[in-house]
Ligand binder design. Structure first.
Ligand SMILES: [Zn+2]
Length: 84
C-alpha cells in the first residue's frame, strides 16, 4: 500500500534548483551547432538500485551520481499532476 504523501501538492510541479548533468555531455554540448540545450542533448536513465537511486548517462555509459540511502527507506511522492 502506498504511503500517505508527505509533500505539498506544489512540490509536484517542476522545482529543480540544481540540475544533475553528465560532465562529458556538458562539455560536448557547448561545441554543437546549432545550439542545443543540455536537457535535450542528455540521455539519462534514473532508477532505484539496491543502494539508493542512480543517475546514469546512456550516451557515455557512465555513472553521473548514485545516491546512497544508507539502508533507509525515504518517503517518496509518485503522484502526478496532469496539465490541463
Ligand atoms: Zn554523458
Amino acid at each position: 500500500m502506498p504511503a500517505k504523501p508527505t509533500l505539498p501538492v506544489e512540490a509536484l510541479s517542476l522545482n529543480i534548483d540544481s540540475y544533475v548533468a553528465c560532465t562529458k555531455c556538458a562539455r560536448e554540448v557547448s561545441d554543437i551547432e546549432p545550439k542545443i540545450s543540455l536537457q535535450d542533448y542528455a540521455a539519462i536513465d534514473v532508477g532505484f538500485t539496491n543502494w539508493g537511486l542512480q543517475v546514469w548517462c546512456r550516451r557515455h555509459q557512465v555513472n553521473i551520481v548514485h545516491l546512497d540511502f544508507g539502508g533507509q527507506q525515504l518517503p517518496a511522492d509518485f503522484r502526478r499532476l496532469e496539465k490541463t
